[in-house]
Design a protein. Structure first.
Length: 43
């Protein structure tokens, strides 16, 4: 029973860490798009 509880808690921890990682990547992508340098217009 203890092993099952440890596995469940480890799975929850992994899922939480993956969600935080994915949220961070999405935030980073938004900032990269927002701060992307604009090329000067050619005449």
């Amino acid at each position: 029973m203890k092993k099952a509880m440890v596995l469940v808690l480890a799975g929850i921890g992994v899922a939480f860490a993956k969600k935080k990682y994915d949220d961070g990547r999405a935030e980073q992508a938004l900032w990269a798009e927002a701060t992307d340098p604009v090329a000067p217009a050619r005449r």
